[in-house]
Design a protein around this ligand. Structure first.
Ligand SMILES: Nc1ncnc2c1ncn2[C@@H]1O[C@H](COP(=O)(O)OP(=O)(O)OP(=O)(O)O)[C@@H](O)[C@H]1O
Ligand SMILES: N[C@@H](CCO)C(=O)O
Length: 315
């Protein structure tokens, strides 16, 4: 049955995420307290997107915008499209850097669409939101922590789709992201991966991924050993040499560092001695783990959220 739509705006705050965490390729992910805020309302006709912060002046401002594409896919699943849409984005998550910006946009779109439908949650439960968002993204490892917060294990089952579980993170875990000026698209980084890997590498990664679950939740002292990867970082290194250099330097110094998502950002899960921080061309952000995931609220963005600088000062 065709849905009824709310007349008031809804908004959602979505966290950045770091996927893979070293050996957990396409499976493990961590939500980080760095957010995009997106609000949307149904209007009589058309589609208009306003963007402040990351991507302003670059991203499409019509139906081609990723948030709107995700909203359209969710409305289809919910039973029908609204007359028109107005969307406002305040983006703080660096885009095309390995911090889950595309998943954040997709999760924002799917959750906003559901929230704009009067009985949206009855038509489309949380498991369906995860499945659709993961389908749109192509893999579930960023989408799961973006939706659920915290540290997540995500997987896909034939005939079912994406599923996920969230686990508690040990309080000692303090992520730092080293974000380079240069961008890198996930699609390009995925194309660098081989179709087949040596059995010994696959076996080693399986062991490290299992250990990483224990290290992140219970015994952070094991994070260095637990973050070793043989499945993706080495194959991607020639496409992001500066990232590979920074990563090698940090690991030589005993820091539990990994490539964040498909790169080129580096994520460190243990503290970085000052002399090992990269210089020009890199932004260093010490973050905490987000434990809330995507949060939907009624109403348009408030003043502080519409102004990314003011919002940055507040947090
Ligand atoms: N907030 C946003 N609004 C609209 N489109 C976005 C937004 N964020 C990202 N995108 C789109 O997604 C692209 C980046 O996606 P990509 O998957 O390559 O990187 P990422 O999600 O930032 O990193 P990773 O998947 O490695 O964590 C951008 O170039 C842009 O086209
Ligand atoms: N698992 C994904 C994360 C980035 O979207 C990859 O490494 O390609």
């Amino acid at each position: 049955m065709r849905p009824s739509f709310l007349s008031e705006p809804v908004r959602v705050r979505v966290p950045a995420t770091s996927a893979n965490l070293g050996p957990g390729f396409d499976t493990l992910g961590l939500a980080l307290a760095l957010y995009d805020d997106v609000s949307a309302r149904v209007v009589p006709a058309g589609c208009r997107v306003e963007i402040a912060g990351q991507g302003a002046g670059e991203l499409p401002t019509d139906d081609g915008h990723l948030v709107v594409r995700a909203m359209r896919a969710a409305f289809e699943a919910l039973g029908g499209q609204p007359s028109g849409l107005a969307v406002e984005c305040v983006n703080r998550i660096p885009q095309a850097r390995g911090l889950g910006s595309s998943s954040a946009a997709i999760v924002a779109g799917v959750t906003l669409a559901r929230a704009l439908v009067v009985d949206g949650e009855e038509r489309f439960d949380d498991a369906a939101v995860l499945r659709l968002a993961a389908d749109l993204e192509g893999h579930p490892d960023n989408v799961a922590p973006c939706l659920l917060g915290g540290f997540t294990i995500a997987w896909s089952e034939p005939g079912v789709g994406a599923r996920a579980r969230r686990l508690p993170v040990a309080p000692e875990v303090r992520p730092t992201v080293l974000v380079p000026d240069e961008r890198g698209l996930t699609s390009v980084a995925r194309a660098a991966l081989p179709a087949v890997v040596p059995h010994a590498d696959a076996a080693r990664n399986a062991g490290r991924a299992a250990l990483l679950v224990h290290a992140l939740t219970t015994e952070p002292a094991l994070l260095f050993a637990a973050t070793e990867d043989r499945l993706h970082q080495g194959y991607r290194a020639p496409g992001m040499p500066a990232t590979a250099d920074v990563l090698a330097g940090l690991r030589a110094a005993g820091v539990a560092a990994v490539v964040s998502g498909a790169g080129p950002t580096v994520l460190a899960l243990t503290s970085i001695p000052d002399e090992h921080l990269p210089g020009m061309g890199w932004a260093v952000q010490r973050l905490v783990v987000d434990v809330a995931g995507a949060r939907v609220d009624r109403g348009r963005l408030g003043h502080a959220e519409r102004d990314p600088v003011a919002a940055g000062r507040k947090s």
